[in-house]
Ligand binder design. Structure first.
Ligand SMILES: Nc1ncnc2c1ncn2[C@@H]1O[C@H](COP(=O)(O)OP(=O)(O)OP(=O)(O)O)[C@@H](O)[C@H]1O
Length: 272
């Protein structure tokens, strides 16, 4: 219909991104041994959404996540958390930004064994000298379902329970974005499902933003959107994923020429 000009934002307006990389490349090593782990990737992770990053082994998923989260630096291009470009920040400001605006969940839980569950959850806030928002922390404890375990040590919990603590810890400071690297990689499917449900609730009930690297199509199906990498490039995006659709898409990678399943060497090989 005509006659609507000026009435509303253009329909093509992009949603705001909690994190994004623009024309991002990352090369490890140099000369003959150089590996281009990321090759001119531009991708945004929308605020208030759950995004999964998938792709064959060696396709650059972890590199993308680490560079987007400010854990590693790009060789060229730019990375942003919100509107803050990470490249120009010095180490100190980058550390502060990660501490205050980014949450992390790792495959191996990474809880501090000598601290209680409650202390682990508020640890990032304590380190930052921030006072925990008691109401928010209580909400998190209730959502992760560990209210009766707050004085326990991580060693007294199952893997799934430990990872739920790690998710609560990542959310405790209300970061702009939570990056989760294979968060279900060490869990059985039931515990993994609980952690994925929790990440989904953090996004859909609590308005948080989650970006998750995973190998598992079932895990990716919990996301609102899946972005696919191959050989360091962004090759596809899939909204409203199902495990079957993601599996089908991943199978298409297996059908590629034999050499593209390997590490994304730029040129030549350091192998002997
Ligand atoms: N520190 C490093 N030094 C040299 N090469 C690296 C380094 N880290 C990653 N790479 C290489 O960069 C490419 C991308 O690695 P990355 O770990 O990002 O892939 P991935 O998709 O996360 O893989 P996986 O699914 O196996 O964990 C690979 O070829 C890898 O060997």
């Amino acid at each position: 219909m005509s006659g609507m000009s000026g009435m509303s934002a253009p329909p093509t307006a992009e949603p705001p991104t909690a994190a994004r990389v623009v024309d991002a490349s990352k090369v490890y090593g140099s000369g003959e041994a150089a590996v281009r782990a990321l090759d001119a990737v531009t991708v945004g992770f929308p605020a208030g959404r759950f995004t999964a990053i998938m792709g064959p082994s060696g396709s650059g998923k972890s590199t993308l996540m680490h560079c987007a989260a400010g854990l590693d630096s790009l060789s060229s291009g730019s990375a942003y958390i919100g509107d803050t470009e990470l490249g120009p920040l010095g180490d100190r400001r980058l550390t502060l930004l990660r501490r205050e605006r980014v949450g992390f969940v790792f495959q191996s839980f990474n809880l501090v064994p000598t601290l209680t569950v409650a202390e682990n959850i508020t640890l990032p806030l304590d380190l930052a000298g921030r006072r925990p928002d008691a109401e928010w922390v209580n909400t998190l404890v209730a959502v992760v379902g560990l209210g009766d375990r707050l004085s326990h040590r991580p060693g007294e919990l199952s893997g799934g329970q430990q990872q739920r603590v790690a998710v609560a810890r990542a959310l405790a400071g209300r970061p702009q974005v939570v990056f989760a690297d294979e968060p279900t990689g060490n869990l059985d499917s039931r515990s993994g499902g609980e952690v994925l449900d929790l990440l989904g609730r953090a996004v859909h009930d609590m308005g948080r933003t989650v970006v998750m690297v995973t190998h598992d199509p079932g895990a990716a199906a919990h996301a609102d959107e899946v972005v696919f990498l191959a050989d360091g490039r962004l090759v596809d995006r899939m909204a409203a994923p199902t495990a079957a659709k993601v599996l089908d898409r991943m199978k298409a990678f297996d059908g590629r020429p034999a050499d593209t399943g390997r590490d994304a060497a730029v040129r030549g090989s350091a192998g002997s």
